[in-house]
Structures are given as C-alpha cells and as structure tokens.
Design a binder for this molecule. Structure first.
Ligand SMILES: [Fe+2]
Ligand SMILES: [Fe+2]
Length: 234
C-alpha cells in the first residue's frame, strides 16, 4: 500500500491541495464549510459501509471501523461549527452549508463505482473493501497535508486523531484484500486511476467555490476612497 500512498503524495495534485488548504484555513467562512464537506464525506463512508456489509460477515473490526468513521464525521462537524462565523450556517450537509459538498459526495460515488467495476463481479463485500482502500489511500495523503497547514496557521482544529484511525483502517483493508482477492493489486491500480481523476475534479470544484466566495467578498469591499487633495495636486 505504501507505493499507492506515495504516488498520491508525490502527484502534482498534492501541491494543488496544499495551495487550496492554505487559502481555506485562513478564511473562517470557507474553513467552516470545508470542514463540513469533510464531515459529509465521512458520513457517506458510514452509509456506504452500512449498505455494503452484511451482518453475517461483520466482525469487531468492521463495527469498530463504522463507529470511527461516524466519530470522524461528528468531530469534523463540531470543528466546522466552532470555526464558523455567525453568518455561516453548517447545520446540515446541504450544498449551501458545505463547500462543494455535492461534488464531494460525487467524488465518493465515482470511486465506489470504480471499485465495483474493477472487481467485475457481484460481490458487495469485496467491492466495499476495494473502494474503502482507495479512499483510505487518499486520506493518507490528504490528512497529513491538512494537519501541516493547520499547525502552520496555529489553528485550533486538529485532524491528527482522524489520521491515526485512517492509518489503521488502511492496514485492515490491505490485510483483507491480500487474503480475499488474488488480483487485488491490479484491481486497486484501476480504482486509483479513476480516483485520481475524481480527486482532481473535486479539487477543481473546491477551487471554483473558493474563487466565487472571494469574488463575493470583493463585491462587499467598501468603494475606493476619494483621492486626497494632496494626490490631486501631485
Ligand atoms: Fe474517516
Ligand atoms: Fe477510515
């Protein structure tokens, strides 16, 4: 799995992600909605697991994983509420309360479809493991970058404990793939190719949402002051 994580970390998308995060973390309104989008992604992960996992296959690790993803969603939502300025509402996961929230959910759906496609047979359990591995690989590149930007900005938000859980989840997915699916590497390569395109599209959606927020802020700036009499003379 290390090579998959390194490929994400060394991709040009990682530089774009850093730039985006640096802008988002500096602006409380953007940051609150961004955190809420991440909470939505974690929630969608929980929902996918609940749908994909049959009770006869669900063990303690599976239950623990479900619980931890729900905790991630809750923690990120609480952070969103704590940084949100008064005028910014992050109560629900609807588009207006998130930053490119619909596109974030769309990213997950694309990766999920790629997992099913790569497997090439009806097997919700293994397809879930493939999709989950791909999402966890991206999380291993995403959360460290986010934590670095948060620390550099002196933010009260920390995603370190979430990252620690995601490290465990990826190890668990690796173990399950290695024992259940002999073709897992080639299948995961396919899923990661699709995931990379979906992540690039998601970054583009975040960038567009940031640009439109900044343009709206620009519209609210006071008009230029009249030139001083000194300037008029010179
Ligand atoms: Fe998570
Ligand atoms: Fe996870």
């Amino acid at each position: 799995m290390r090579s998959f994580v390194e490929a994400c970390q060394q991709s040009p998308l990682q530089h774009r992600l850093h730039q985006l995060l640096a802008v988002v973390v500096r602006d409380a309104a953007l940051h609150a909605r961004f955190l809420n989008s991440l909470a939505r992604l974690e929630y969608v992960g929980v929902r996918k697991m609940l749908k994909a996992r049959r009770s006869q296959d669900l063990d303690l690790d599976g239950l623990q994983h479900l619980l931890e993803e729900a905790v991630h969603a809750t923690r990120l939502k609480k952070f969103a509420r704590s940084v949100a300025p008064e005028a910014v509402c992050v109560d629900t996961f609807r588009a207006a309360h998130t930053l490119a929230g619909d596109e974030a959910e769309g990213y997950f759906q694309v990766v999920d479809r790629a997992g099913a496609e790569a497997l090439g047979r009806e097997d919700a359990e293994t397809s879930y493991v493939l999709t989950s591995a791909a999402i966890e690989i991206r999380a291993r590149a995403f959360y460290p970058a986010y934590q670095e930007v948060l620390e550099a900005a002196g933010s009260k938000v920390s995603v370190q404990s979430i990252l620690n859980d995601e490290v465990q989840h990826l190890a668990e997915m690796q173990q399950r793939l290695q024992t259940a699916e002999p073709q897992w590497r080639a299948q995961l390569e396919h899923v990661m190719r699709v995931e990379q395109g979906a992540f690039a599209a998601l970054l583009g959606a975040f960038e567009a949402a940031v640009a439109s927020h900044q343009a709206a802020q620009g519209d609210k700036l006071p008009p230029c002051q009249p030139r001083s009499s000194y300037e008029e003379r010179s």
